[in-house]
Design a protein around this ligand. Structure first.
Ligand SMILES: NC(=O)c1ccc[n+]([C@@H]2O[C@H](COP(=O)([O-])OP(=O)(O)OC[C@H]3O[C@@H](n4cnc5c(N)ncnc54)[C@H](OP(=O)(O)O)[C@@H]3O)[C@@H](O)[C@H]2O)c1
Length: 366
């Protein structure tokens, strides 16, 4: 049977450590977990069974393994130290017999996005970023549809637009919408991206290093590698949709608490084909996975045991190819979720209603 492994790591230290070690999660505080994570070895988490291709009937199995570092630790420690720990975790995948290895969340963000790690390991590696792009963009298209926002005349924004995932999301969205804000921290990188996209799209492209411009956007895709939230309630216009692909999240929990006129959706969740059992609760309902996990699994189903998405320069061709492979084997965009809860049709209706009411004072003022 063909096999894969996927590296996960704690994102919300107390919650995630509790999922594997309930006692430690209870007695240690967040900074103790952060500190201790430096000395922890890579961990075997669980066996994944039941994934079956809808196209070929092929069944595969895999493993979750964990790199113990939190995102904060990965940013604080020297890059070489972080690489070393991820490579050690990759060696565990090799011992288990994995034929391809996926890098989850921050293990794919660090340094050169998987290139050094893949060079050190014998097992082929992928970051999962190509399929993450496709699922994020498809999610925002679907959300625009349910919120009655016509894409052709819409104003959209990509936050973290100069990042590996952000750049290709911007490239795809530029073909869909009338106006696109590219938001990032560095003016020079933003200018470079705008000039490149200008050559291939007639969409109006506006760059900014300020989050205030989000007020202009109806559709927002946010995908920074910030470890704290960057999108807050005061940045958003009534009726807008925010698709949060970042882990840790970019959207402040305050948006859900005080803005009932905004639809926030978690980017990157898909249905996995076959009666999958992950034997580990990573916060999703049964049968669903992150798009980056799905890329690793789809490659294993396809028998493509090769380095696939690596580095900070993703290509549209790879995004389209992995989309075809995933679709063929039966991966599908999942229903919407927001802050780890299902979004119901009634909730979407309520957001639309609340947005209409929130807009009324502005209209009356005109
Ligand atoms: N949901 C999923 O399935 C999935 C899959 C893979 C990755 N991810 C997540 O996606 C995110 C981005 O990954 P990536 O590989 O594209 O990372 P990346 O290449 O490092 O890009 C991150 C972008 O975020 C910007 N940024 C960093 N800190 C910021 C801050 N404090 N405020 C504003 N912008 C900031 C960076 O700007 P500079 O250029 O100025 O540094 C860069 O443009 C991560 O959170 C990762 O965990 C999710």
């Amino acid at each position: 049977m063909d096999t894969f492994a996927f590296i996960i790591h704690p994102i919300d230290p107390k919650r995630d450590v509790s999922r594997k070690f309930p006692f430690l999660g209870r007695v240690l505080n967040e900074s103790q977990i952060d500190f201790l994570s430096t000395f922890f070895p890579p961990l075997y988490i669980s066996e994944i069974v039941g994934i079956t291709s809808q196209a070929t009937g092929k069944e595969i199995k895999g493993w979750f393994i964990a790199c113990p570092y939190t995102p904060k630790r990965m940013l604080e420690l020297p890059e070489q130290t972080v690489y070393r720990k991820i490579i050690q975790t990759g060696r565990l995948a090799e011992k288990l017999g994995a034929q391809i290895l996926g890098l989850g969340a921050f293990t794919s963000v660090v340094g050169d996005a998987g290139i050094t790690i893949a060079n050190e390991l014998d097992v082929p590696v992928t970051t999962g970023d190509s399929y993450t792009v496709m699922v994020a963009v498809d999610s925002i298209r679907e959300a625009a549809y349910v919120m009655d926002i016509p894409l052709k005349t819409a104003t959209a924004a990509v936050v973290g637009a100069t990042g590996a995932i952000g750049q290709v999301c911007a490239e795809l969205l530029a073909d869909d919408v009338e106006r696109l804000y590219l938001i990032g921290r560095r003016q020079d990188k933003l200018e470079e991206l705008r000039d490149r996209l200008k050559l291939q799209s007639s969409c109006e492209l506006i760059i900014s290093t300020k989050m205030d411009v989000l007020k202009e956007a109806q559709l927002i895709l946010t995908v920074t590698s910030a470890i704290h939230d960057v999108v807050r309630p005061e940045h958003l216009q009534p009726g807008s949709v925010v698709c949060d692909v970042a882990r840790p999240r970019d959207v402040s929990a305050m948006v859900a608490a005080v803005r009932d006129d905004i639809l926030v959706i978690d980017g990157g969740m898909v249905d996995v084909p076959g009666p999958v059992d992950f034997h580990f609760n990573f916060g999703f309902p049964a049968g669903k996975a992150y798009a980056c996990m799905a890329e690793t699994v789809a490659l294993a189903l396809e028998g493509r045991f090769e380095d696939y998405t690596l580095g900070k320069h993703l290509t549209r061709a790879r995004v389209e190819e992995i989309n075809r492979i995933a679709k063929k084997h039966g991966f599908r965009l999942s229903g919407f979720r927001s802050f780890e809860r299902e979004v119901t049709t009634q909730q979407i209706e309520a957001v639309r209603r609340n947005a209409k009411n929130a807009r009324l004072p502005y209209i009356a003022h005109m």
